[in-house]
Design a protein around this ligand. Structure first.
Ligand SMILES: CCCCCCCCCCCCCCCC(=O)SCCNC(=O)CCNC(=O)[C@H](O)C(C)(C)COP(=O)(O)OP(=O)(O)OC[C@H]1O[C@@H](n2cnc3c(N)ncnc32)[C@H](O)[C@@H]1OP(=O)(O)O
Length: 170
C-alpha cells in the first residue's frame, strides 16, 4: 500500500486583488476565481501524479463571500482522495481585508483531475489527512466519488440528446 499525506500535496498561494480582476459590482469575477483555483489545484494534483492531468470536473462550488480591492486571496489546495486515474482536490480561498486583517472563507470547491495518458495510473492508494479539516474532507471522498459516478450515468442521457446540428440550418 502506497500512502501520501495531504500536506505533501498542499499548494498555497496568495493573490492580491487588482482592478483587472473586478466585475461591474467591484467584486472579483467568478470566472477569474475559477481560473486561479484550477491553476492552484492542478499543482496539488501533479504532486501525486507526476504526470500530465486534465481537469475533468469541478463540483460543490460555493461562492461564499465576495472579494474586493484591498483584499488578498489565499488559496489552499490539497488532494483528498485517489482513484485509479483520477483524483480529487479540495480548494478553499480565504480572503483577508488588508486594512483590518479580518479573514473570511470566500470560496470552496472540489476538483477532479484525470491523468491524460490512459496507460498510466496513480501509484498511491491512500491519502492520509493530518488536520481536522483534512480528516473531514478525506472522510467524504468515497461518497462524493460514488455520487459523481451516478451523476455521470444520469447525465449520459442528456449528453446523448445534445444536438450537433448547425443552428443556422434549423
Ligand atoms: C489572465 C491570465 C491567464 C492565466 C491562465 C492560467 C491558467 C492556469 C490553469 C492551469 C491549469 C492546469 C490544469 C488544467 C488542465 C486543463 O485545463 S485540461 C482542459 C479542460 N479539460 C478537458 O479538456 C478534459 C476533457 N475531458 C476529457 O478529456 C475526458 O472526459 C477525460 C477527463 C480524460 C476522461 O475521459 P476517459 O479517459 O474516457 O475517462 P474514463 O476512462 O471513463 O475514466 C477515467 C477516470 O476518470 C474519472 N472521470 C472521468 N470523467 C469524469 C468526470 N466528468 N468527473 C469526475 N471523474 C471523471 C473516472 O471516474 C475514472 O476514474 P478512476 O476510476 O480511474 O479513478
Amino acid at each position: 500500500m502506497m500512502k501520501i499525506n495531504c500536506n505533501e500535496t498542499l499548494a498555497v498561494s496568495l493573490h492580491r486583488v487588482f482592478n483587472a480582476d473586478l466585475n461591474e459590482h467591484g467584486t472579483v469575477f467568478g470566472g477569474r476565481i475559477l481560473e486561479l483555483v484550477d491553476g492552484e489545484a492542478s499543482v496539488a494534483a501533479m504532486r501525486v501524479t507526476r504526470s500530465t492531468v486534465v481537469t475533468a470536473a469541478m463540483d460543490h462550488v460555493q461562492f461564499l463571500k465576495p472579494f474586493h480591492l484591498q483584499d488578498s486571496m489565499c488559496m489552499e489546495a490539497y488532494v483528498t482522495g485517489v482513484g485509479h486515474r483520477s483524483l480529487e482536490v479540495f480548494v478553499k480561498v480565504i480572503g483577508e481585508h488588508l486594512m483590518t486583517g479580518e479573514r473570511f472563507v470566500g470560496f470552496s470547491c472540489f476538483m477532479t483531475y484525470v491523468i491524460q495518458d490512459p496507460q498510466k495510473s496513480i501509484k498511491y492508494d491512500q491519502v492520509i489527512p493530518q488536520t481536522a479539516e483534512q480528516k473531514a474532507m478525506v472522510a467524504g471522498y468515497a461518497t462524493r466519488r460514488q455520487h459523481r459516478k451516478e451523476n455521470r450515468q444520469k447525465q449520459a442521457a442528456i449528453i446523448n440528446s445534445i444536438s450537433k446540428d448547425k443552428p443556422w440550418e434549423n
